[in-house]
Write a protein that binds this ligand. Structure first.
Ligand code: 4AD
Ligand code: MG
Length: 428
């Protein structure tokens, strides 16, 4: 039977079962009479030990080659693993020129080095672990929302609005080779979405609790350790929501439930990521500044200081000055301070992980704000939501890559997404 490496390793009391395993050679070690191979197929961090006798040509079986091994699963004499595969037939599916292959056997390549090879780095242990955790976390997030009674919505990637109003948009146009009957494909300028929030607000007006989890795009200077031009965002929107406290509870519960699920489903992958952090890498020094004047925005250093100051744990920051925040946030009506019901969750090492708010559900407040911004006409549909059965509601967005950075302790966001896109870089 054909089994995965994970399947083979899971066999208890192996007793000569005949199996076929396919994968890539992660290590080759030859001793006098025997040859030890480790074969990995990405199904787990661990590789399967293959034991071959001297009739197999070790030069053929190079680090990095793909192989198909037939043999018998037996109990391993070594304490390192339960089972090993006694090879009867080894077929090299595709060989690998070790001299040209960018990864060397037994070497631990730094993440920055691996980043140069987005097409090959997934074959390393560390990227394997990160991307398996990413897959587990994706499933855990979907389960969390399903179990909490949320409806999943596919919000569009192409949109005509700028939800955050920050102007960090990528415009979408047909390629010049395509003949479009009109001058403009959609008749109006359209962009890659920066957030699915406004579309979720539409849907929360029918399904009460909704979420989306998809790619979002920002044309901001994304050379930093925590910005990408294309990233995945988990967004939720909840109707009949009364307070920021209720919203923060959902945020916290999403964070914790997902982390617990990942930890129990792939403890070894998580452990490897934590081990991979070089000592000292996480220790950074922050200038202890006066936390900005009232009305000024928090910068990365302020966020880091706040988190440190609170004992290096996640910190909610609420009620930001209105002038700093997008048009949709609910006015707190608190006089000269003029704040809106916004909430950010700041976490150690990463900074802002969640951004959320109560939304302005009162039609006249929203009309005034839109008028001031000259957006009244474009947002008639949004005002309609307040005219026809408006409810108090709110929601949040969580940067999925920042979440992975946070739970895995990975310093650079480019290492937790399979194919990173950032300023001046779109490899592959
Ligand atoms: O704070 P942001 O801009 O909030 C929104 O877009 C809201 N409309 C979400 C909502 O309420 N539905 O973005 C949310 C989160 C940030 O806290 C951050 O974690 C992440 O998205 N994020 C980025 N992650 C990677 N690269 C970037 N360039 C990011 N920009 C934001
Ligand atoms: Mg934000």
């Amino acid at each position: 039977a054909r089994v995965s490496v994970r399947g083979a390793l899971g066999v208890q009391n192996a007793n000569g079962e005949r199996v076929t395993v396919q994968g890539w050679i992660r290590s080759v070690r030859s001793q006098k009479e025997v040859l030890f191979l480790h074969v990995n197929d990405g199904s787990s961090l661990e590789s399967l030990q293959v034991v071959a006798d001297s009739s197999f040509d070790s030069r053929e079986l190079a680090f990095g080659s793909s192989v198909e091994v037939q043999g018998q699963l037996v109990k391993s004499p070594s304490k390192k693993q339960n089972v090993e595969l006694k090879a009867e037939k080894i077929e090299v599916v595709g060989n690998c020129d070790a001299k040209a292959f960018p990864f060397k056997y037994k070497e631990r390549h730094p993440l920055e080095y691996l980043r140069q090879y987005p097409h090959l780095r997934c074959r390393t242990n560390i990227l394997g672990s990160i991307l398996r955790v990413r897959s587990e976390a994706t499933a855990a997030i979907h389960s969390f929302f399903k179990d909490s009674g949320f409806v999943h919505i596919h919000t569009p990637v192409i949109t005509s609005n700028d939800c955050e109003g920050a102007g960090e948009l990528f415009q979408v146009e047909p390629s010049s080779k395509i003949k479009v009957p009109e001058e403009n494909f959609f008749n109006i300028p359209v962009f890659l979405t920066v957030s699915g929030q406004l579309h979720l607000e539409v849907m929360s007006g029918a399904f009460t609790q909704v979420f989306t989890f998809g790619p979002t795009f920002r044309a901001e200077n994304s050379q930093s350790r925590r910005h990408l031009a294309e990233f995945y965002m988990v967004e939720a929107e909840i109707s009949f929501l009364e307070s920021l406290q209720d919203l923060m509870q959902v945020m916290e519960s999403l964070f914790k439930t997902t982390a617990m699920t990942v930890l129990s489903n792939c403890p070894k992958d998580v452990e490897l990521c934590h081990k991979f952090i070089a000592p000292g890498q996480k220790i950074r020094t922050y200038a202890k500044k006066q936390l900005s004047n009232w009305g000024a925005d928090l910068h990365t250093e302020h966020e880091k200081y706040l988190v440190k100051h609170c004992g290096d744990i996640p910190v909610f920051v609420i009620n930001y000055p209105r002038a700093l925040k997008p048009f949709y946030m609910r006015d707190n009506e608190d006089g000269p301070q003029h704040t809106v019901a916004a909430v950010d969750l700041l976490v150690p090492g990463v900074g802002e992980l969640f951004g959320g708010s109560l939304r302005e559900e009162r039609c006249h407040f929203l009309e005034q704000r839109l008028a001031r911004l000259g957006l009244t006409e474009a947002y008639q549909w949004y005002l309609d939501l307040r005219r026809f059965g408006s409810v108090p509601h709110g929601g949040f967005g969580m940067g999925f890559e920042r979440y992975l950075q946070c739970i895995l302790g990975i310093d650079n966001i480019k290492d937790v997404i399979p194919f990173p896109r950032f300023t001046h870089s779109c490899l592959l």
